[in-house]
Design a protein around this ligand. Sequence first.
Ligand code: MN
Length: 237
Amino acid sequence: MENRQPHHENETGRLFAIGDIHGCYREFCAVLDCLEPDLTRDTLVILGDLIDRGPDSFDVVQKARQLQAHYGTDRVIVLRGNHEQMALEFFSGDGDWWNFNGNDFTLSSYGKHGKVIQADLDYFASLPLTYERDGFLFVHAGLNPHKPLEQQDDSDLLWIREAFYNSRKQWPFTIVFGHTPTYALVRQNVPVSRSGWIALDTGCVYGGSLTGVELQNGAMVKICSVKRKDGRNGFAD
Ligand SMILES: [Mn+2]
């Protein structure tokens, strides 16, 4: 991604987003190769749920951290997902939901590299829940339509589903989210754009695809979807 010429004169560069990776490192790299961001000037937003269920959570987290270390956290924005949140709550003694949501794959991925996930907990805790830019609001799960942006609960931003995407509330931005596989919305593993929102979790870890997009003027102007090579099928968050 280094040494590319700027694509246009806009000082702020282009804007990219990638949906729920869930340990799908091969597909993460392939989507980046397809999007070809110039992260010296473009911005990349990763929508959270980097870990759990897929095979290579350690590699995904380290790659995200390396991109941020190299290009800065203002060029590469990693949002916290409910899976990072579950890991945090597990280790702080606030609940064991993480045990029932694919953490075995995550722990073995770290173990394979001789590492422990505890080393990344401060990083997970540092991740923002929302990011706003160019008329887009990025968030892992969505927004509670009954509250203003400033009063959203963390649990809504990380977990909300139907109450958000079935709402007719008009926000002053286009909401870009993951968390709910688009298969649940349209019975297809493709990104979905509706009035007011864009859904990017195309179910990679369930045998769908990992999707990255370039965004402009409230819409997707480039779509890179990489099919999971050997995923198990199924459905969840
Ligand atoms: Mn999620």
